[in-house]
Design a protein around this ligand. Sequence first.
Ligand SMILES: CC(C)(COP(=O)(O)OP(=O)(O)OC[C@H]1O[C@@H](n2cnc3c(N)ncnc32)[C@H](O)[C@@H]1OP(=O)(O)O)[C@@H](O)C(=O)NCCC(=O)NCCS
Length: 171
Amino acid sequence: MIDFKKANLDDLIAIQNISKLSFIETFAAINTPENIEKYLQESFSKDQLTIEISNPKSPFYLVYIDNKPIGYLKINLGDAQTEYFEEPTLEIQRIYVLQAFHGKKIGQLLLDEAIKIAKQLAVDFIWLGVWEENHRALHFYAKNGFITFDKHVFVLGDDKQTDLLMKLEIK
Ligand SMILES: CC(C)(COP(=O)(O)OP(=O)(O)OC[C@H]1O[C@@H](n2cnc3c(N)ncnc32)[C@H](O)[C@@H]1OP(=O)(O)O)[C@@H](O)C(=O)NCCC(=O)NCCS
């Protein structure tokens, strides 16, 4: 049974667990252990996640299978977005689904929720940054109509990586 709900601070540990495990599953094989560890400690500490979850402009949405939290969506609205655009836009900062549950359309469910919110808010487009080596995610977003429009540097520990910026027109 699949459930889906907007998260709050009570979900901090579930979000922390999914964040860390999903990041390790996706990126540990192709990055140094030091860089991965530094990112996990900085980005997914309880303090950092508490700030993020408490921000009303950065809602999190959790997915459960049989009451177990297995994935989440984090979007950024307004000035919570990590890049500035003149047009009204919505950023998908993270869609994380635990590996054991990939290929079951959970990512699709989370993306569809972001698209629904983007339409309600009448933004011009949804955008996101995705690592150029994350082929599975690139394929997933391209399949859903996202196109690459720019790139920026993402620093993982001491490694400078390229994130592709992709967008989906909503208007
Ligand atoms: C990217 C991600 C969100 C997709 O979630 P998901 O629940 O597996 O996606 P869905 O089941 O809705 O869709 C599966 C799609 O993923 C892609 N996909 C699945 N397996 C793949 C593989 N082995 N290689 C490449 N693409 C693959 C395909 O586009 C597939 O669609 P298809 O079945 O129609 O071909 C998920 O893989 C994930 O959380 N990855 C780890 C974290 C991450 O990289 N997040 C995105 C960057 S922030």
